[in-house]
Design a binder for this molecule. Structure first.
Ligand code: HXC
Length: 254
């Protein structure tokens, strides 16, 4: 990945920030995107750790196609190319389905499903026009194929992203040599998911108990996996790799 260009959407916090950090420290030129300039700048400082690395923040919203197109143009202007895209930007909150407002549903679908499509479509077209065999990693969740009680908007959107992953793997893999894969993280410490979805002590205890390995994952573990998929796993295409300590398989107490 040395000198290659990676875009990480939602790169100002959580897994996005740790993935960007890993890529930058491996010598990549990294673009991090997010909606808040101050948070992006703070993330950049965290990522650099005082070193002379290549990290460029772009303020944008994945829901806005003009922003997405500007992200592609600005990245190419700044770093000369794009080689990898990590669709990490997400939105989520817990709401019982019957209480979820239509705007709440639309908001999460817009960020997760539409945002992933907009970024993949724009970057993919750039790759096709320039003959670049790029790589996409999409962040999903195990409830993309399981049940997401309390997060029907996110689960439905992630299911769509998983199908998008497999569809692009076939369509763009065959025609353009573009690889598309996904990561399904379980409960990961120091992420937006951990802050939002397991905020009460009770919820945190329940979560820990549900993981056979008895601990949360570390964002660095997700970053290592993303790096492996993008950099090393050159025959992996259309795969979803679960990193959840065995949580989703743990249906019966034993
Ligand atoms: C009920 C809520 C709500 C809540 C928002 N809404 N939060 N409803 N409970 N806690 C409703 C609002 O009332 C509104 O509907 C609609 O959703 C849009 O809310 P806004 O605040 O106007 O939207 P916006 O400012 O665009 O913010 C989007 C957001 C926000 C998703 C709501 O939380 C956000 O920006 N999140 C980004 C970071 C994030 O969520 N990270 C966690 C990702 S974890 P009405 O009807 O009132 O207008 C993840 C996977 C975890 O994705 C996997 C675990 C295994």
């Amino acid at each position: 990945m040395k000198n290659e260009v990676v875009i990480v959407t939602g790169g100002s916090s959580g897994m996005g920030k740790y993935m960007a950090k890993k890529f930058a420290h491996e010598g990549a030129k990294v673009v991090i995107t997010g909606r808040d300039e101050a948070r992006l700048q703070a993330a950049k400082e965290d990522i650099l750790e005082g070193k002379d690395l290549q990290v460029h923040p772009i303020v944008m919203d994945v829901r806005n196609i003009e922003d997405v197109e500007r992200m592609v143009d600005e990245t190419v202007q700044k770093y000369g190319a794009i080689h990898h895209l990590v669709n990490n930007a997400a939105g989520n909150f817990i709401a019982p389905t019957e209480k979820l407002s239509i705007n709440g549903w639309n908001t999460v679908i817009d960020i997760v499903l539409n945002g992933t499509f907009y970024c993949s479509h724009a970057v993919g077209n750039y790759w096709i026009e320039n003959g670049i065999e790029g790589n996409i990693v999409n962040m999903v969740a195990t409830y993309a194929w399981n049940a997401g009680a309390g997060v029907i908007h996110s689960a439905s959107a992630k299911a769509g992203v998983l199908t998008m992953t497999r569809t692009l793997a076939v369509e763009w893999g065959r025609r353009y040599g573009i690889r598309t894969n996904a990561i399904a993280p379980g409960p990961i410490d120091r992420t937006g998911g951990a802050e939002k979805l397991w905020e009460s002590v009770e919820a945190a205890k329940r979560t820990l108990k549900s993981v056979p390995l008895g601990r949360l994952g570390e964002p660095e573990e997700i970053a290592d996996l993303a790096y492996f998929i993008l950099n090393d796993a050159t025959y992996m295409n259309g795969e979803v790799v679960t990193l959840d300590g065995g949580q989703w398989l743990n249906q019966f107490p034993f």
